[in-house]
Design a protein around this ligand. Structure first.
Ligand SMILES: [Zn+2]
Length: 471
């Protein structure tokens, strides 16, 4: 977390980041701890560096893994038997220029039980090109008890700030990896899968939002919808094809491109051919997953939402479609024009920033709250919702910064019908510290909902453990 501004506020000085940078050292954030267990992976933009298996073998008690990454990494361990223990030493040096490694984490225990508290290692080397040496010792006790190897995963957190600046972080919120073939064949029985139009009302809060702030909220909402659409691995092609934010109509980029083509050349094919073309444009999720970005497990870049032009909307609304042969075009038309939709096709959500308590109570640990089926509340009294790359759009006066996109994506998950998932690294974890990405566990919960096993709870609070508790 970037706490600089928070520290300035705590010191009674109203200032923003650049001004804080001018302050004397004692008012600024203290130097980071070099090796710290305290928190899980907070930031979804951390880059996966690699995974390595360590077998339990007493004949080779020290196993070494060299990793090249930035100067701040997170190390987590999973896989070995519940009773097994391993210890790690982490040292680091500047790649290519220095000869000796210096210690960062000494003799730290790691394993299954450390999942919730990942090891944050920071090498204050003044370079982001760092060679890490991770030494793992699997003791005799561990070897006897462990049936499975220890799997260590390293994440690079030093690139986070750069990634934020260039607006990459969305992809980090999807960690679906390899999806088994059978998963793709599951019917979209859950309600979320059948929705084609979403109406978001974000304009009213307990304090006025600037145009920059409104744009940031609108963007975060659209990005979150794009994330959840991608996560819906067996949804209709035309799933959430239209989203309205405060009355502005947006549509998926592929649908927009198809529409532009048809408008430019209406006689380019029969109605059935045009419908086929739209289906092709709205690629099924398995094609998106398999996409051309081989370096990321989730395939192609997320499909963005674009404003639907008034001319486009008028054209669509004037189309005569046959639901039988042109289902997708018909759904697009009905969603864009807001006509002839069944109850399961339309959804509404409200986004409210509160300068006081939410329905989840007055606890300062509550970041956001979901009191009912459509309302989501954000605690702007105790938190400041930040947007990468700009401070113009920050919302709230709180002394702790949280990522606006992250919190809205989490709340959007509730709107879809998900409860908190306090296992694995789900974005839907009840605590910000453990909330990371949309994983398979999260997708499974989405489908369980359709099977009638997911009973929603209200209100639901998204929290962060802070020093101060209840007011
Ligand atoms: Zn929540």
């Amino acid at each position: 977390m970037r706490l600089a501004r928070g520290f300035c506020l705590a010191a009674g000085l109203l200032c923003c980041a650049p001004a804080c940078a001018q302050l004397p050292g004692f008012l600024r954030r203290p130097p980071p701890v070099k090796c710290d267990w305290s928190r899980g992976a907070l930031d979804p933009t951390a880059a996966l560096v690699g995974k390595q298996e360590f077998i339990f073998d007493t004949r080779e008690p020290v196993q070494i893994w060299m990793v090249r990454a930035g100067n701040r990494i997170i190390l987590s361990g999973t896989g070995m038997g519940a009773d097994a223990r391993a210890r790690v030493d982490v040292t680091a040096k500047i790649a290519e220029t220095s000869d000796t490694f210096s210690g960062v984490c000494k003799n730290r225990r790691i394993g299954e039980s450390s999942q919730v508290g990942m090891l944050h290692a920071h090498a204050p080397l003044g370079s982001t090109d760092v060679l890490w040496r991770i030494e793992v010792r699997t003791g005799a006790t561990g070897a006897r008890k462990a049936r499975r190897p220890l799997v260590l995963t390293v994440w690079d957190v030093s690139t986070v700030r750069e990634a934020r600046k260039s607006g990459i972080p969305l992809h980090g919120m999807l960690c679906l990896g390899d999806i088994p073939e059978m998963e793709l064949e599951r019917p979209a029985t859950h309600q979320f899968g059948g929705r084609i139009r979403l109406e978001v009302n974000a304009a009213q809060s307990t304090f006025p939002l600037s145009s920059e702030q409104q744009a940031a909220v609108s963007n975060s909402v659209l990005n979150s919808v794009a994330l959840w659409v991608r996560a819906c691995i067996a949804c209709r092609l035309e799933h959430l094809i239209v989203v309205l934010v405060d009355g502005q109509v947006y549509t998926r980029a592929s649908a927009n491109a198809w529409l532009a083509g048809v408008m430019a050349n209406p006689a380019s094919g029969s109605a059935a051919e045009q419908a086929k073309a739209l289906e092709k444009a709205l690629q099924p999720v398995q094609m998106l997953m398999a996409g051309d970005r081989k370096d990321t497990p989730t395939g192609k870049e997320l499909e963005q939402y674009e404003p639907l032009s008034e001319a486009g909307r008028t054209f669509l609304c004037g189309l005569e479609t046959s639901p039988a042969s042109q289902r997708t075009v018909d759904a697009f038309r009905r969603a864009a024009c807001g006509v002839a939709m069944s109850g399961g096709e339309l959804s509404k959500i409200r986004v409210r920033f509160r300068d006081g308590p939410t329905a989840c109570g007055d606890d300062t640990n509550v970041i956001a709250c979901r009191p009912d089926l459509e309302l989501t509340e954000y605690n702007a009294r105790d938190y400041r919702y930040v947007v990468p790359g700009t401070s113009q759009a920050d919302i709230g006066a709180g002394d702790l910064e949280v990522d606006l996109q992250h919190v809205i994506a989490h709340e959007m998950g509730h709107w879809i019908g998900l409860n908190h998932i306090d296992r694995g690294q789900s974005l839907m974890s009840s605590s910000m510290e453990n909330s990371r990405c949309i994983d398979m566990q999260t997708v499974d919960s989405l489908y369980a909902q359709g099977a009638g096993t997911g009973v929603e709870k209200f209100p639901q609070a998204f929290t962060m453990k802070r020093r101060r508790g209840r007011r």
